[in-house]
Design a protein around this ligand. Structure first.
Ligand SMILES: Cc1ncc(COP(=O)(O)O)c(C=O)c1O
Length: 403
């Protein structure tokens, strides 16, 4: 019997791999200094850890550009705001989808209302899939950015980023991919897919802590600095340096957060080398093997829940059908019970942690018709979800549906 059966991995993964906790603690104690500022040995070593993390993340995401263009921020929301405000100008057009998180919807609404940017919102089918051809049809001469949520944090539907990238490549627009639900969950090939800006957050599938995220920016993409201030380099210059990463990063870094990502990257590579990758494989190759293994395991858990929930009278399962591309996020409702009430009962009576509600993605619930029920109840399995968790989730849902 566990204290908690954790199915809120789409919000934040728990637990993290053990080396993440250990390295964060150890590095913060031994090297908790201001990297890139002072020239002493500890600061140089702390900076070296940051540089190594940029390099590993670049390989992890299939990005062959300068690792300095792998940048850090507080989280995906911060980076999404930075890239949009750094690229859009009055008179521009942007394309988003109705599968977006509020980290895209709200900035888009503000640009539309306050800054004379026109917005096209592409719909999705009833399983949560966007048709790339709809994006192609919506491109205009002034389309500056196309922003797509790689996988929905409500339905788990995984969009065809490669097909969308191919379409956007033929235009003057930039393709921005929100990888919050896919980074660390499925392999991402930024360069091959034609992604211009990849926005990531650290605390979900990447197994880092909260407070760290960022973006990777392809060569040739122009983004104005989101903020200006100290960088530790070229201090005599009155203006923010143009060079990466300083263009995107200012002020003291979240060193413990970057240390967490660093340890997690090494954990991914080790996992890959015990699941199909050669002992001497590159970081990128080893991580690709790890991601194939993680995705397979998470899909098995999701499929188990999907089958079990679908067989319970009164339970409605939303999102992709079995076999359609997806991640582990699975939304359900029980009879006509409000989602928040179900979430509270799952927690109080069964120690099952889920996320009920609109999941910061109101348009998805409009599409699913779940707004009147206060959204859906979201089960998101993770790499550390085990059979006991799955059994408890199914028994808990059956209990509520039958009562
Ligand atoms: C698809 C998607 N985009 C963006 C975000 C925002 O991430 P963060 O809160 O870490 O900025 C989330 C987090 O829930 C998400 O699921």
């Amino acid at each position: 019997m566990k204290d908690h059966y954790y199915f809120d991995n789409a919000a934040t993964t728990l637990p993290k791999p053990e080396p993440v906790y250990q390295f964060m603690d150890q590095f913060f104690r031994s090297h908790g200094v201001n990297p890139g500022r002072s020239g002493h040995e500890l600061a140089v070593e702390a900076e070296a850890m940051i540089v190594q993390t940029r390099r590993m993340l670049g390989e992890f995401f299939g990005f062959g550009g300068d690792p300095a263009r792998v940048t850090f921020s507080q989280n995906a929301t911060d980076s999404m705001n930075a890239v949009l405000s750094g690229m859009l100008n009055p008179g521009d057009h942007m394309i988003i989808t109705r599968m977006e998180h509020n980290c895209v919807l709200r900035p888009a609404n503000h640009f539309e209302r306050d800054h004379n940017v026109s917005v096209t919102r592409i719909g999705a089918d009833s399983n949560g899939f966007v048709d790339p051809d709809e994006i192609a049809k919506s491109i205009q001469p002034n389309t500056r950015v196309v922003v797509v949520n790689h996988a929905s944090n409500v339905t788990g539907s995984l969009q065809d980023a490669a097909a969308i990238g191919k379409i956007v490549k033929e235009t003057d627009a930039a393709f921005i991919l929100d990888s919050c639900q896919t980074a660390g969950v499925v392999p991402i090939a930024m360069d091959d897919w034609g992604v211009d800006v990849l926005v990531y957050t650290g605390h979900k599938g990447l197994f880092g802590p909260m407070g760290i995220g960022g973006m990777l920016v392809a060569e040739g993409i122009e983004i104005r600095p989101p903020r200006t201030g100290g960088t530790g380099v070229n201090s005599i210059s009155p203006f923010q340096p143009d060079e990466y990463p300083y263009r995107m990063e200012t002020g003291t870094h979240c060193l413990p957060g970057i240390a967490g990502l660093n340890a997690a990257q090494k954990w991914f590579a080790d996992l890959g080398r015990t699941h199909g990758a050669d002992a001497d494989s590159s970081h990128g190759q080893a991580c690709a093997a790890a991601l194939a293994h993680i995705h397979e395991q998470e899909l098995a858990a999701t499929q188990h829940l999907q089958n079990a929930f679908s067989s319970i009278d009164g339970v409605k399962v939303y999102g992709p059908e079995v076999g359609q591309p997806r991640v582990s996020t699975l939304s359900i409702n029980i009879k006509d019970l409000p989602a928040d009430q179900v979430g509270a009962m799952l927690d109080a009576d069964h120690a099952v942690c889920v996320r009920p509600g609109l999941h910061c993605a109101p348009d998805v619930h409009e599409l699913l018709g779940t707004v009147p029920q206060n959204g859906t109840v979201r089960f998101a399995s993770g790499y550390f979800t085990d059979d006991e968790d799955l059994k408890q989730a199914v028994e808990a849902v059956r209990d509520l549906a039958e009562s």
